[in-house]
Each structure stands twice: as structure tokens, then as C-alpha cells.
Design a protein around this ligand. Structure first.
Ligand code: AMP
Length: 277
């Protein structure tokens, strides 16, 4: 079915208590898996498509980020989306409407991870997600483990807001990372890679696979860095952290997660996976 496309907050009123999948568009099978998970809740499914300027740094790819709205509407519909919310920047951030932006939870500010490498990134993410939750008022919101730090940060933000009743009854659902057959995590940014760069990008998944059976966080981190180097991929970080707090850990007695952000020339990719699953 072709979904209803709406662009203003007012039009959202009939769709509160939905299952919500926020995206920046250029939809791929990773997003479709989230839409299918939303369909499984048996509530109406809203997909937002909004390239949020406040989560991009000044030297990042906001201008060249792929925008494919018509195609996205059709494909989201095929996977069961009922409504596409595609607002413009003014509708999300009206100048006369102050947005209460939650403070960053500890999980978003751990040393050497995303917010440290991209200052302001999670502030922008939490700002837009909080704003979208205010407008959409969903019952469920589904996010990918592909953006693991984002998923934990949003879950922490929603937990923190629970007492205030800001978003009522809202559950955050995580969904595993969808990959191409060769293991590359699906991402809208993969479109920037040429064939040679794409082959090098497989270093991320190979590094994560090596980390699964490692003996210690230190050992795992050096294995990952070695594999990234061998693929000519430059890490912003390649670390093993506590799977829930993202704090540095000394041993693998605790639940652990391997997290990588790395650059293939000017294309920045992120991926993560379990350790000792
Ligand atoms: P984005 O459009 O990149 O902002 O992503 C929108 C949502 O899709 C986020 O919750 C992402 O974590 C999720 N997502 C992106 N890529 C994947 C993937 N390969 N597998 C699962 N979820 C994904």
C-alpha cells in the first residue's frame, strides 16, 4: 500500500500511540527490518524521514547526504509503513517554540567514543529524537543496533523522562544490524564507497569478528586495529567496552561490546558487535 505522506505536526494527531521508526531516509534493508519489527507490534506504523542538520558537524556530509524521498515512500509502503512523516526543518525546529533538550546521559559521553570524536553529535540526535517523540507521541520506537551508542543513549533519555510523563508510555525497541552477504553493515553512507573502498570497508566487520573470541579487552583492541590497518582503514576508535554503560573495562567477565568508527578515505563508517557472545 502507498503510505499517507504528511509534513506537518498537526497532521500527526490521528496517529498517536503508533510504532515509530525515525530515519534520515535513503532507505535500505536495515531500515526495512525496523519497519517490519514495527509492523509486528500490530500498531499503525509511522516512518519519519528527516535529515537532521543539528547532528552533523560543520565539516560533515549534511549537504551530500542522499535524499530519495519518492523512492523511500514507495519502499517503506511495501514493508508495511502506514504513514511517512517528512517534515521540513522549520516544522521540526520552529523558531518560536523552545525545545526541551534532555541532557546527555553518561552512556553518551564515555571517553573516546562518538560524542568525543564528533562533539555535539548526540546533543543533536537527542534533540531531534526528543522533538519527534513530542510530535509523534508513539507507543513504541524502533532503533537499530547498528548505531549502538545512539540506541543506548535514547533508551537512557526515555528512562530518565519516565517520571515526568513527557512521552507517556513509550518503549524503545532495539533491532539487530542488517548486513550485506559479505558482512558489511548496511548504511546509507555505503553509497559513497567505490568498489575498491567497499572491499576495504569489510575490514570493520572482520575486525569485529576477530574480537568475538578475544581473551581480553586490550588483546581484542589490538587485534581489531591490526585488521583495520591491513585493510587501509583509519580508526577514530576501535574499542571494547561494557555492553550497557560503555565504560572502559579491564576484563571480559562483564558483558562487552566491540565498537568501531573508521574512515575509508573520506567516508566515515561505524559498526559494532558482541564480544564472547
Ligand atoms: P539513519 O537513517 O541512518 O538515521 O538510521 C535510521 C535507523 O535505522 C536507526 O535506528 C539506525 O540504527 C537504523 N539502521 C541503520 N542501518 C541499519 C542496519 N544496517 N541494520 C539495522 N538498523 C539500521
Amino acid at each position: 500500500m502507498v503510505p499517507t505522506v504528511i509534513t506537518t505536526a498537526e497532521e500527526l494527531a490521528p496517529y498517536h500511540e503508533s510504532s515509530f521508526v525515525p530515519t534520515m531516509g535513503a532507505l535500505h534493508a536495515g531500515h526495512f527490518a525496523l519497519i517490519e519489527a514495527a509492523v509486528a507490534t500490530e500498531l499503525p506504523v509511522i516512518v519519519s524521514i528527516f535529515v537532521n542538520p543539528t547532528q552533523f558537524g560543520p565539516d560533515e556530509d549534511l549537504d551530500r547526504y542522499p535524499r530519495t524521498l519518492e523512492q523511500d515512500v514507495m519502499s517503506a509502503g511495501r514493508y508495511g509503513a502506514d504513514v511517512i512523516f517528512a517534515p521540513d526543518v522549520e516544522s521540526v525546529y520552529p523558531t518560536d517554540d523552545a525545545i526541551d533538550v534532555p541532557s546527555l546521559p553518561d552512556v553518551a559521553t564515555q571517553p573516546r567514543l562518538e560524542e568525543k570524536v564528533r562533539p555535539g553529535h548526540f546533543e543533536g540526535v537527542l534533540q531531534v529524537v526528543a522533538r519527534l517523540f513530542d510530535l509523534v507521541r508513539p507507543r513504541y520506537a524502533i532503533f537499530g543496533e547498528k548505531d549502538y551508542q545512539q540506541l543506548l543513549s535514547i533508551a537512557a533519555m526515555v528512562d530518565e523522562a519516565y517520571e515526568s510523563g513527557r512521552w507517556g508510555e513509550l518503549d524503545i525497541l532495539g533491532h539487530p544490524t542488517e548486513r550485506d552477504l559479505d558482512g558489511l553493515a548496511l548504511s546509507s553512507r555505503n553509497q559513497y564507497l567505490n568498489a575498491h573502498q567497499r572491499a576495504r570497508a569489510l575490514g570493520l566487520n572482520r575486525a569485529l569478528k576477530a574480537a568475538i573470541n578475544t581473551t581480553s579487552p586490550d588483546e581484542g583492541e589490538s587485534q581489531m586495529k591490526k585488521i583495520l590497518r591491513a585493510h587501509d582503514v583509519r580508526p577514530d576508535y576501535a574499542v571494547i567496552r561494557h555492553a550497557e554503560t560503555l565504560m572502559p573495562i579491564d576484563s571480559l567477565d562483564e558483558p562487552a561490546r566491540a565498537l568501531i568508527a573508521a574512515r575509508v578515505d573520506d567516508v566515515r563508517l561505524i559498526d559494532n558487535g558482541p564480544v564472547r557472545e
